[in-house]
Design a protein around this ligand. Structure first.
Ligand SMILES: [Zn+2]
Length: 71
């Protein structure tokens, strides 16, 4: 399994470049923490968007589906 980053040189210093995105740093610990975020499972989309935008661009409440026997 790849480490997730490659090591080069930048102004005589070791330069760590992410293999997944253009991120690069001269600090190895910082890069190790960075590549870790790429390995976390993505968040479920349903939980990210808890509201929708109305026609005027402001958050509008999501119409709730009433269950039988409630209300
Ligand atoms: Zn990255």
């Amino acid at each position: 399994m790849s480490a997730g980053y490659t090591v080069g040189t930048w102004s005589g210093l070791p330069n760590y470049s992410c293999e997944i995105c253009p991120y690069a740093t001269t600090d190895r610990e910082t890069m190790i923490e960075h590549v870790f975020i790429h390995r976390r499972p993505p968040l479920p989309l349903a939980r990210v968007s808890s509201y929708v935008l109305g026609p005027d661009g402001r958050p509008a409440p999501i119409p709730s589906i009433s269950k039988p026997g409630e209300g």
